[in-house]
Write a protein that binds this ligand. Sequence first.
Ligand SMILES: [Zn+2]
Length: 72
Amino acid sequence: MKNCPYCEQDIVWNVKLKTPNALTFKMCFECDSVWNMDQTVSDTTGSNFEDLMVGKGLRLDWENVEKLQPSD
Ligand SMILES: [Zn+2]
């Protein structure tokens, strides 16, 4: 498991969107930081959940995120 490098309040999870396309990424649910699956989790990488969803034209909906397992 890996603690979020930004807030250090929670672990980083591998997650997927339930709809529309089962997109997978890594996310901290405490501060909404996100990383691509192929990105190294650090405080110099990543984006945030709002930018990710808006950038994809998707509704900002935390209910649409399913936790898979803690990220390594
Ligand atoms: Zn965080």
